[in-house]
Design a protein around this ligand. Structure first.
Ligand SMILES: NC(=O)c1ccc[n+]([C@@H]2O[C@H](COP(=O)([O-])OP(=O)(O)OC[C@H]3O[C@@H](n4cnc5c(N)ncnc54)[C@H](OP(=O)(O)O)[C@@H]3O)[C@@H](O)[C@H]2O)c1
Length: 242
């Protein structure tokens, strides 16, 4: 018997890093089926990729996308997230005086609750008889241990919540899926719309292109073992303390 045909599912394929991940996965030839989801139909998908629509704030759209999978997902990659949103007057706070309940609620919804709902629908489907990965883009600034600057209160708190969910889900998943890896990733500082207003001061060579970051992240995932499950890993493979 040959290797089972592998399936990948990427949520956030319209984002800077998400789109680059889809391109890299398609080029790798490592997956027989790649499902790529976005709020609006993502442009320029490689021909072999199957598009789907979902919104993190609409659980039914996530359930429907998962139900349409042909087989169990060997890789689930959540590449969504929000830091600022000019239309909604959301910007990272410099002081607790700027903290607003609606901003906190929105960032928790997109950065922590949405990925948790994706996990709820996909983790039970991961194959039990082989290695499988659930990965989500978090951020180093979501590490409580690493926080020396403060600020960006809603974003940091939402990513810290995400990191805790990843750790807790990994512990539970190991009981039924001993070969599974559930991991949070820090992609580095990447040249996307999310980081665009905050790139000043990034040292030369430390602002990655989305393609560069996607390559690093897929290499990191390749190197993880089930013993690493529950961790937060940077683009260079180093583990970041929570
Ligand atoms: N760029 C960096 O320097 C950096 C650094 C650390 C961590 N990260 C993390 O990396 C992840 C990806 O960021 P990026 O840099 O690629 O940013 P991006 O280009 O802005 O991509 C973010 C994606 O999230 C999607 N999204 C937002 N709200 C959504 C919702 N309700 N439902 C479905 N999709 C939704 C956006 O969809 P639309 O296109 O429809 O808006 C967009 O495709 C984020 O979690 C971010 O926190 C990035």
């Amino acid at each position: 018997m040959g290797e089972p045909a592998r399936t990948a599912m990427i949520f956030g394929a319209g984002g800077g890093i998400g789109a680059a991940l889809v391109r890299r996965l398609a080029e790798s030839g490592g997956f027989a089926a790649i499902h790529a989801g976005a709020r609006t139909a993502p442009a320029h998908l490689p021909g072999s990729v199957v598009p789907f629509r979902f919104d993190l704030e609409d659980e039914g759209s996530i359930a429907a996308a998962v139900a349409a999978l042909a087989g169990p997902p060997d890789l689930v990659f959540v590449a969504t997230g929000v830091l600022h949103d000019t239309a909604a007057s959301i910007a990272p706070e410099k002081s607790y005086r700027q903290v607003r309940g609606d901003t906190l609620a929105h960032l928790f919804q997109v950065n922590a609750i949405g990925p948790a709902i994706i996990a709820r629908h996909t983790l039970p489907l991961l194959p039990r008889d082989r290695r499988a990965v659930f990965a989500v883009l978090s951020a180093r600034v979501g590490s409580i241990a690493d926080n020396r600057l403060g600020g960006w209160h809603s974003y940091r708190a939402s990513k810290a919540a995400l990191n805790m969910l990843v750790r807790s889900f990994a512990i539970e998943q190991a009981r039924t899926h001993p070969q599974a890896i559930v991991a949070a990733l820090h992609p580095g500082t990447v040249d996307t719309g999310l980081s665009a207003p905050f790139q000043r001061g990034v040292p030369a060579g430390k602002l990655f292109s989305p393609d560069q970051s996607a390559g690093y992240l897929l290499d990191v995932l390749d190197g993880l073992t089930p013993a690493d499950s529950g961790g937060l890993f940077a683009w260079d493979g180093t583990r970041i303390a929570y």
